[in-house]
Ligand binder design. Structure first.
Ligand SMILES: O=C(O)CCC(=O)C(=O)O
Length: 400
């Protein structure tokens, strides 16, 4: 793995004001950069744990709570705790407990808006807000807490206000070597356990890691689609600002800043239809036409997946999983989650659709990100009920 340092720009030296014109130039350049020597963003003196307890005394938070400092969204080695008194949270974080705040809006479905949600904090600092800001999120972590490697689909400024934070980024061009599952990577703890990751995931050797340590007052620009993970070197308070740079019509409703642009979702649907159409043909024709149509890479995976079921989700946040599935699955049967109604974050009500059959079923969906389920393993999956329905669909038998 090649390692390079993220470029720094000293704002005072270069006499740069952060305004929308400057931000556009960063977006156009499309490279990560750290803006340093900013004005009034270092809150080390102002935001001690005790002062934060006082300033946030009326806040109840939704937090991540766990037992392992290397958080992993894919295996969910943490749980969510709601209505957590801010003072309890802050003291626990300061004592090194595995707690993490990624602030939500006033109601869970609202976009986080740091200025509005935390006026007693936002009035202390000079945080700039790009004209097309999507959301501003307060993030508080204990020493050594590492966040999983992922990408977002919006451009992002990560402002470090208290503590130091190590950051590790990869160019989207490295995606093929990052062991992706949807928008997250299987490589967990890349900063804390790089050696183990390199042993387990050898394609990482082919990547270039962009690294740096953010100091209080530093602002890291993370361009959309750049993979990133972070690790707090000590008690850390950051605020990140997601903003849009594509035309408005390309963005759908998105609470987390990671929904694929609408043209991508469209393309995924077309591709999915194309795969289903081609699967009507015998294997020789399929291979030939997958190649001819230039979708071989997306449909012919390393292993023989012809017995796999492909789930698409009406809940658009799942679209990146859908894309991931497209890259690894060949489709004989199409199981479509119609309502996108999540219960407890894990259950979906779905409809099973084969070429000649359509059935409804309640589906217990065990993985929050992976939408790819081998039929062969169906007996061991909580999806047993719907799969028993699938068993009599002709296409499945036709695709041994
Ligand atoms: O440093 C953190 O807490 C996470 C930052 C992050 O993932 C982001 O800003 O998108």
């Amino acid at each position: 793995m090649k390692s390079v340092r993220i470029r720094r720009i000293n704002l005072q030296q270069k006499q740069i004001n952060i305004n929308d014109e400057f931000i556009s130039s960063l977006v156009e350049e499309g490279q990560p950069v750290i803006l340093e020597n900013t004005e009034n963003l270092d809150m080390t003196e102002n935001w001690t744990v005790e002062r934060l307890c006082e300033k946030m005394k009326d806040c109840n938070l939704s937090i991540h709570k766990g037992g392992n400092l290397t958080l992993d969204f894919r295996t969910k080695n943490f749980e969510y705790a709601n209505k957590y008194p801010a003072a309890d949270f802050l003291r626990e974080v300061a004592s090194g407990k595995v707690r993490y705040l990624r602030s939500t809006g006033a109601r869970r479905k609202d976009l986080p808006d740091f200025e509005k949600d935390y006026p007693s904090l936002s009035s202390d600092l000079n945080l700039f807000k790009p004209e097309r800001t999507h959301s501003q999120i307060l993030r508080i972590s204990p020493k050594d807490l590492e966040i999983w490697l992922h990408y977002d689909t919006l451009d992002n400024f990560l402002t470090q206000t208290v503590g130091e934070k190590e950051v590790l980024l990869f160019n989207p061009k490295d995606a093929a070597n990052l062991y992706l599952d949807g928008d997250k990577s299987e490589c967990i703890g890349l900063i804390s356990n790089l050696k183990e990751n390199l042993e387990r995931f050898p394609k990482l050797f082919q990547t270039t890691a962009f690294r740096e340590v953010l100091k209080p007052g530093d602002v890291l620009f993370i361009p959309a689609l750049w993979f990133h993970c972070t690790k707090a070197n000590n008690f850390s308070v950051s605020i990140n600002t997601f903003f849009k740079s594509l035309p408005d019509k390309m963005y759908g409703k998105d609470l987390y800043g990671n929904r694929d642009p609408l043209p991508v979702e469209d393309a995924a649907k077309h591709l999915q239809k194309a795969i289903i159409a081609l699967k009507q043909l015998p294997p020789t024709y399929q291979h030939f036409y997958f190649h001819k149509l230039g979708i071989s890479a997306a449909c012919l995976s390393d292993n023989n997946n012809s017995n796999q079921v492909f789930i698409t989700s009406a809940n658009q946040r799942k679209s990146s999983s859908l894309l991931h599935s497209l890259s690894t699955v060949t489709v004989g049967i199409h199981l479509q989650i119609e309502s996108g109604a999540f219960r407890g974050g894990r259950s979906l009500f779905g409809r099973i659709r084969g070429p000649n059959t359509e059935r409804s079923s309640s589906i217990s969906y065990s993985s929050s990100t992976s939408a790819l389920l081998p039929v062969r393993q169906s007996a061991r999956l909580p999806l047993a009920a719907p799969f028993s329905l699938l068993a009599d669909l002709p296409t499945l038998r036709d695709n041994p």
